[in-house]
Design a protein around this ligand. Structure first.
Ligand code: 9MR
Length: 376
């Protein structure tokens, strides 16, 4: 009997509680404000492009020229560090690193939602004097090499999405690995100190060291001339196959594409196609199109030259869009922004107009043809 009463009490308590629960004020229905309409920016490169659009940039210009900065803010979705993290700047003496320039660019990218591409860790050129004069056994060279790569990559971990790990390792003519200087009479060492001191496999070790320092970074091999040198293209592809077989962590290939209005379209298309067939990410990494490759001082930037240049920019972008599978499209980067910023003016001192913007950052005809061609 007692047990029955207990059950009855429990039963009624449950009924009352569930009644109370049912009467509870319902939770207010969350009112989601309507999302703002998705606006496709149809006027800028980054707004219309099917992939990232980049520019290599100069720290000083970024710090001092508001027009330069605004052009980057409006047009670019990716930034490459043109010079600020190359050896002479970032590693000015054996025991010191100077990240100030690279950090300025990295902060700009973080604050403005731009992808940061680091350039370049190992190159046969642009090495500081102290490095060229360095003496030591192979272990000392290996330590120097590894310390440089890992210090720089670790510093930008979480900021740089990707790196050009090794730049221009193969000779122009026959596409063989740069080791010795093959033309000693021209006062320019086209061999490579790294291959001389560390052996041919230095490239693979550079990738391994970079990966160790930042396992999330995408690692690229960057090179020029694939559009005119089948031998170089073949060497790059052999290297990629060897890396794949040995599980060396390479993610992508940079085709620099410093080209001109007379370059063979066939050569450009073939290079893009062959490199895309590796299945790696493909970055047109240093695009500029010279209209005056022979540096004729009497030349003016005629309507005809502008049209040829606009067509070439459009051709390259169209080939990239159609020949590189979407998942491999890392983007197209021009080598700086306005004509006056180009290495063709400032480094080899040619009279030329190779970029998408003029000296005052006004859009040129090639800007419009390129923008149409990169459209999604
Ligand atoms: O544009 C760069 C120029 O300002 C530098 O003085 C020069 C030497 O460091 O390098 C130029 O950039 C090169 C790039 O790093 C690798 N590919 C070829 C580019 C043009 O020379």
């Amino acid at each position: 009997m007692e047990v029955k009463i207990k059950y009855l009490i429990l039963f009624f308590a449950a009924v009352i509680l569930s009644g109370l629960y049912a009467c509870k004020k319902p939770d207010p229905v969350a009112i989601t404000p309507p999302l703002p309409p998705v606006v496709t920016d149809t006027t800028t490169l980054k707004g219309v492009a099917a992939f990232k659009i980049g520019a290599a940039i100069d720290v000083y210009r970024l710090q001092t020229d508001p027009l330069y900065k605004n052009t980057l803010l409006n047009q670019q979705s990716s930034i490459t560090i043109e010079n600020a993290v190359k050896w002479p700047t970032v590693h000015p003496s054996q025991n010191s690193f100077d990240f100030s320039g690279g950090d300025y660019i990295a902060d700009f990218c973080m604050a403005n939602n731009k992808r940061l591409h680091g350039h370049c860790l190992i190159w046969y050129q642009a090495n500081p004097d102290w490095l060229n004069k360095f003496t030591g056994d192979s272990l000392a060279w290996e330590n120097l090499f590894k310390t440089h790569i890992q210090t720089v990559v670790a510093h930008y971990k979480g900021k740089a999405t990707s790196w050009d790990v090794v730049n221009e390792a193969f000779h122009d003519g026959d596409g063989t690995l740069r080791v010795q200087d093959i033309n000693a009479s021209d006062n320019f060492d086209d061999g490579c100190i790294w291959a001389r001191h560390l052996g041919a496999d230095y490239i693979a070790r550079a990738f391994l060291y970079a990966h160790e320092a930042d396992p999330d970074a995408l690692l690229f091999y960057n090179e020029y001339g694939q559009e005119w040198s089948d031998a170089k293209t073949a060497s790059i592809i052999n290297m990629v196959n060897d890396f794949k077989a040995r599980r060396i962590p390479i993610s992508g290939l940079g085709l620099q594409m410093h080209t001109d209005i007379n370059a063979s379209n066939d050569g450009i298309a073939k290079a893009i196609q062959k490199l895309a067939a590796t299945g790696l990410l493909i970055h047109i990494s240093e695009l500029d199109i010279s209209v005056n490759p022979s540096n004729d001082q009497a030349l003016s930037y005629s309507a005809d030259l502008q049209k040829k240049q606009a067509d070439k920019y459009a051709f390259i972008a169209t080939q990239y869009k159609t020949l590189v599978p979407k998942a491999q499209q890392y983007g197209i980067t021009t080598w700086n922004v306005g004509d006056k910023d180009s290495w063709i003016r400032t480094y080899i001192m040619h009279k030329d107009w190779p970029l998408l913007f003029d000296d005052d950052y006004a859009k040129k005809s090639c800007y419009f043809s390129f923008r149409d061609a990169v459209k999604n």
